[in-house]
Design a protein around this ligand. Structure first.
Ligand SMILES: *[C@@H]1O[C@H](CO)[C@@H](O)[C@H](O)[C@H]1NC(C)=O
Ligand SMILES: *[C@@H]1O[C@H](CO)[C@@H](O)[C@H](O)[C@H]1NC(C)=O
Length: 215
C-alpha cells in the first residue's frame, strides 16, 4: 500500500512537472492565427497550406533597445506574439540591452527556464533557490559566457562593466511570461493593502505607500 502511494505520488509529481511546461506539438507546426478566437493551450493554427517563411521569421534583433528608463535596461521579446511560427514549439528568444549599471530587476518566468549568453560587456547575474530556501547563486559573466536560470526561480542581471552590455536569452516556452517582483508586489492594481506589505517587508507604512507610488 505504502509503495503504491509512493508510486502514485511520483506519478503525480512527474505529471505536474510535464504540465508545467509547454506541451509537445502533435503536428509539424501550428503557426499562430490570432484572428481565430478558439484557443486550446496556445493560439489556433493558420492553414498549413498558406504558411510561408515569413511566419517563421522575425527581423530586428540587431537593433538595441531603449535603455533610457529608471532601470536602465530593455528587453526585446521574440515570443509567439512577435513570431507566430513559435506557437506550440515551446521556445522563444529575447535581446536584453543594459546601460552602464543598468539592471534587469529580480523577476521570474512562470513557464520557462532561460539560457543567456553575453554578447557585449559584462553582467552580474543571479537566482535564488527554493530548496534550500533562499540560497543565492551568483556570478559575474564576461562576453561569451553562458548562464542558465531554472524555471520559476527569481533571477536578475546587472551590467557590471563601464560600457553598454547586450545579452541574448532563449526561453523554454513560446510564452514564458514575466513577473517582476517589485512591480507585482508594489504595483498591483488594485494595490495590496499596506497592512499586508508593511508586515511582509517589515517596513513603515509610509515607506510602503512611497514604494506603491513608484511602480
Ligand atoms: C528612449 O526612451 C526615452 C524615454 O521614454 C525617450 O524620451 C527617447 O526619445 C527614446 N529614445 C529613442 C531613440 O527612441
Ligand atoms: C491603495 O488602494 C486603496 C484602496 O483602493 C487606496 O485608498 C489607496 O490610495 C491606494 N494606495 C496607493 C499608494 O495607491
Amino acid at each position: 500500500m505504502a509503495i503504491k502511494i509512493t508510486i502514485l505520488g511520483l506519478l503525480a509529481m512527474s505529471l505536474s512537472l510535464v504540465l508545467a511546461s509547454d506541451l509537445s506539438p502533435l503536428q509539424d507546426f501550428c503557426v499562430a492565427d490570432p484572428t481565430i478566437q478558439v484557443h486550446v493551450n496556445g493560439i489556433a493554427c493558420k492553414d498549413p497550406k498558406i504558411v510561408g517563411a515569413n511566419d517563421f521569421t522575425f527581423s530586428g534583433l540587431h537593433i538595441a533597445g531603449n535603455t533610457s528608463n529608471p532601470i536602465g535596461s530593455s528587453v526585446t521579446p521574440v515570443t509567439v506574439f512577435q513570431l507566430p511560427g513559435l506557437n506550440t514549439l515551446g521556445i522563444s528568444l529575447v535581446r536584453i540591452d543594459y546601460a552602464p549599471w543598468g539592471t534587469n530587476p529580480p523577476h521570474t518566468h512562470p513557464r520557462a527556464s532561460e539560457i543567456l549568453t553575453v554578447l557585449e560587456g559584462s553582467l552580474e547575474v543571479g537566482f535564488v533557490t527554493s530548496s534550500p530556501e533562499n540560497r543565492h547563486i551568483t556570478k559575474v559573466l564576461k562576453k561569451g559566457d553562458v548562464f542558465a536560470f531554472p524555471i520559476g526561480l527569481v533571477h536578475y542581471q546587472r551590467n557590471a562593466g563601464s560600457g553598454n552590455a547586450v545579452a541574448i536569452a532563449a526561453l523554454s516556452s513560446q510564452n514564458p511570461g514575466v513577473i517582476t517582483v517589485a512591480n507585482a508586489v508594489f504595483g498591483s492594481v488594485p494595490n495590496i493593502s499596506s497592512n499586508v506589505l508593511s508586515r511582509a517587508f517589515q517596513l513603515d507604512k509610509g515607506v510602503v505607500n512611497y514604494l506603491q507610488t513608484q511602480f
